[in-house]
Design a protein around this ligand. Structure first.
Ligand SMILES: Nc1ncnc2c1ncn2[C@@H]1O[C@H](COP(=O)(O)OP(=O)(O)OP(=O)(O)O)[C@@H](O)[C@H]1O
Length: 328
């Protein structure tokens, strides 16, 4: 049974539609990512799910209960959910521990203290328990807000760019802690994000929004592995559109395929040549910017290649067949 059902919802702040005919369901325990270009409507969707905005058309349900917006519901926000907004607010002069425990009952102080301690550990802020929030960095504040959103054990957690301000060093550990915690406690989550690591490692399913419309809701691995449109594939990083016939003359002239940079290899023997424009160091690999038939493509390679060199490239025929069948 689905926990959340969204049926054909549309929304506009003024006359310009922001979300159009969005429908999907969420099963208990799922972790869902919402991705899409900046301004496509991700934050707006989360606010609607939480009941902070009134939909113009359609309806949404928490289990069997209709989710009502502010026009029909005096207390904004749904009691079984928690929403962590991008512009979260904390009590600046109160300590980290006070902020995290802000909405917890004071009837059983020991219980409350234990809970706050557990949350401090998840967001790795134990040494800052007694520090006033105003003295923290932006990323530390974000971690306090995240801990506070977990405090009352929501059934569904709605996260808007939850790791936006957090440095890479902390981000990976925090992300692992958080999703382990959510899974262990059977908390369902919907995360709006730009970060492909959030998506690929932690989202069972991904919703893709383009200009206010739902383009896909799919298993994340399937969505990445079989890219069907350039917009979606590009949300995961660089992607190339390649004319198949350029390498395999048996294919129809107009056949094109989407290939990630790691799916194209340099090969001296190949008759299909690219001109190297630049090599970008990416840590474990170099990203080569190349010109193929007057278009820019990106290729991953273990080394840098001299700018201006003409090199052969190749890509797997089996992969092409798979891609062409998928997009057919
Ligand atoms: N309060 C508001 N009043 C009027 N227009 C708004 C308001 N909030 C957002 N918008 C507009 O609605 C559209 C969707 O905004 P939204 O914040 O939902 O996008 P987003 O996908 O979350 O973007 P980002 O990834 O940049 O956070 C944008 O065109 C935005 O300018």
């Amino acid at each position: 049974m689905s926990m959340l059902t969204v049926k054909n919802i549309s929304f506009a702040y003024d006359t310009q539609p922001v979300l159009r005919n969005i429908s999907f369901t969420v099963a208990p325990g799922q972790h869902i990512a919402v991705i899409g270009a900046s301004g496509c409507g991700k934050s707006t969707l989360l606010k609607i799910l939480y009941g902070l905005l009134d939909v113009h058309n359609g309806s949404l349900f928490w289990k069997d209960q209709k989710i009502l917006g502010p026009a029909y519901n005096l207390i904004p926000g749904h009691e079984n959910m928690k929403y962590l907004a991008q512009g979260f607010e904390l009590a600046a002069y109160r300590t980290v521990a006070d902020n995290i425990g802000q909405y917890l009952s004071n009837f059983e102080p020991q219980l409350k203290q234990g809970r706050v301690q557990e949350l401090l550990e998840i967001v790795e802020l134990v040494p800052y328990a007694d520090t006033p929030v105003e003295l923290l960095s932006g990323g530390q504040k974000q971690r306090v807000a995240l801990a506070r959103s977990l405090a009352k054990r929501p059934e569904l957690l709605l996260l808007d760019e939850p790791f936006g301000n957090i440095d890479n060093y902390r981000r990976s550990a925090l992300r692992r802690n958080l999703f382990q915690y959510l899974s262990r406690n059977k908390i369902t989550s919907i995360t709006a994000t730009h970060d492909k690591t959030d998506i690929l490692s932690f989202a069972d399913e991904t919703i893709v929004i383009k200009e206010g419309q739902l383009l896909h809701k799919k298993n994340t691995q399937a969505l990445y592995t079989n890219p069907v449109d350039h917009y979606t594939a590009a949300l995961f990083g660089e992607v190339n559109t390649v004319r198949v016939e350029a390498l395999y003359p048996d294919y129809p002239e107009q056949a094109q395929v989407l290939l990630y940079p790691h799916e194209i290899q340099l090969n001296e023997a190949s008759s299909l040549k690219v001109r190297i424009k630049a090599s970008y160091f990416k840590g474990s690999i170099f990203l080569l910017e190349c010109v193929l038939e007057n278009r820019i493509i990106f290729i991953e390679h273990p080394h840098a290649i001299n700018t201006g060199s003409l090199v052969g490239i190749t890509f797997s025929k089996a992969l092409i067949d798979e891609r062409l069948n998928t997009s057919a």
